[in-house]
Write a protein that binds this ligand. Sequence first.
Ligand SMILES: Nc1nc2c(c(=O)[nH]1)N[C@H]1C(S)=C(S)[C@@H](COP(=O)(O)O)O[C@H]1N2
Ligand SMILES: [Mo]
Length: 269
Amino acid sequence: MKNKPILNEEEKTNRTIRRKTIVSFTVLFAGFALAFGAWRWIGNQEKENEQPKLLRSVLNINEKVNNLFFSENHLAKEYPKSEAVKVARVNGDVGMGEEFNPLLWKLTVNRHHENASDTAFQLTAKDIKALPKREVIFNFKCIEGWNQITHWGGARFSDFMEKYKLGTHSGKAPDINHREDLYKYAALLTPDSAYYVGIDMKSMMHPQTLLCYELNEQPLPADQGYPLRLIITIKYGIKSLKRIGYIYFSDTPPPDYWHKQGYDYDAAL
Ligand SMILES: Nc1nc2c(c(=O)[nH]1)N[C@H]1C(S)=C(S)[C@@H](COP(=O)(O)O)O[C@H]1N2
Ligand SMILES: [Mo]
């Protein structure tokens, strides 16, 4: 019977190291193989459909403009209609003075900065309602600590920009291939300019950001911004400006009412 060689401590350690090295390399190699497989799989999908299926299924959700930045993951959670509150609470009345006449209301839009006097034009509620109507039922959150599930209807801000060729330096509709052409911010103000918000362009192009004219499938109540307010699901309530009077675009952060009081400019959720 052959005697098993007796290993001294050093040899034992060397063997352990060798074994561990082999295991590590095997794992690493398996990883490479997997990654290569995945790459080949997406590549094959690409040949079949011109665009990889995985990517395409995400892109289909949104419209042209939104393809710039968004995937399904960035959407705020939506709820069934039955969970929306019947009477939404009213909060904040800055810029909501009584001297306002909704019958004379028009939305003033400046393609460029507020000081660019020759590029402003006006729209009516009818113009906004001519855009495709979208609804969103989401959990509206105020920085004061309350939240409630509310049901809103209106036009996507991205559709509005596409239709009126807004948000770009060139005056063309926002284009996926020309991000450098996009303004960095949109500014919204009440007709009396007492309440005002500045919002980054990416958030304005979000598919759930609405120029909103309905609450619970009825025209907006006066104290909730009739005839037109913003609903922006990915920000705290402070950014959802009620009673929009003016919109303009800018590359520098426009003044923001609550930011001036010391709140975070982005107010992102
Ligand atoms: N014009 C105007 N818009 C405003 C405010 C305001 O004071 N004035 N308050 C904001 C805040 S803090 C919140 S939480 C929401 C509340 O919207 P609601 O009144 O429809 O609940 O509106 C936002 N929009
Ligand atoms: Mo708020």
